[in-house]
Design a protein around this ligand. Structure first.
Ligand SMILES: Nc1nc2c(ncn2[C@@H]2O[C@H](COP(=O)(O)OP(=O)(O)O)[C@@H](O)[C@H]2O)c(=O)[nH]1
Ligand SMILES: [Mg+2]
Ligand SMILES: [Zn+2]
Length: 183
């Protein structure tokens, strides 16, 4: 989990970052607060990425290409101005591209999140990609439970008990209902 643009995380934004760290760190995800502009945290990222095949996914404009440039200045990937992107609906990176890292391994730049979310998941498969939902789904009453309106759902029970973070459940339901927030 990478939190880029840490140079502009101040005051309320700092709290937002902390709130996300509190969701993802307990789930076992390594979290990195970095800045492609100041270089903060880039050394740690380099360390985590070396000798692996890494892929950056996230909304257009979050700084994926800028981060890769910070890791590998020689690549000189095109980066975009967010406001202009929004006005013209233009994405700077138009297809996924794999680049070798000088530390060994590779990094894949992607245009955004849309292409991943558009993959046709069966509704019953979505829960497999949430590790905390996956861990409980066998305890649901129905083996095809979507953890939505079903009775005796172990996932919903865990959300009510605070064992699954409400934000994560909300994200799950949004993907299940094919909502637009991740596009
Ligand atoms: N303040 C700040 N701006 C950044 C940072 N990283 C990227 N940007 C800016 O965010 C915009 C989008 O960056 P880009 O790398 O094209 O995003 P991508 O669409 O995810 O590849 C550009 O204007 C970058 O200069 C950062 O760490 N801090
Ligand atoms: Mg890009
Ligand atoms: Zn369930």
């Amino acid at each position: 989990m990478i939190f880029n643009k840490s140079d502009i995380f101040k005051d309320e934004l700092q709290e937002v970052q902390t709130a996300y760290l509190d969701i993802y760190e307990p789930l076992g995800y390594s979290c990195y607060a970095v800045s492609a502009i100041t270089g903060d945290g880039i050394a740690e990222l380099k360390n985590a990425f070396h000798s692996k095949v890494n892929l950056l996914a996230g909304h257009s404009g979050v700084g994926k290409s800028s981060l890769i440039n910070a890791l590998e200045p020689g690549l000189k990937l095109k980066t975009g101005d967010i406001s202009r992107q929004h006005l013209k609906g233009k994405h700077t990176t138009t297809f996924a591209e794999m680049h070798p890292l000088s530390t060994g391994g590779y990094i894949i730049d992607t245009p955004g999140i849309r292409e991943f979310v558009n993959i046709d998941f069966k509704p019953t498969e979505i829960g497999h990609y949430f590790i905390e939902i996956r861990a409980l789904m066998n305890q649901c009453q129905y083996n095809n439970c979507l953890h939505d309106n079903e009775k005796d759902c172990a996932v919903k029970k865990a959300v009510e008990e605070g064992k699954i973070h409400a934000q994560r459940y909300y994200n799950y339901i949004s993907i299940l209902r094919n909502e637009d927030i991740y596009r």
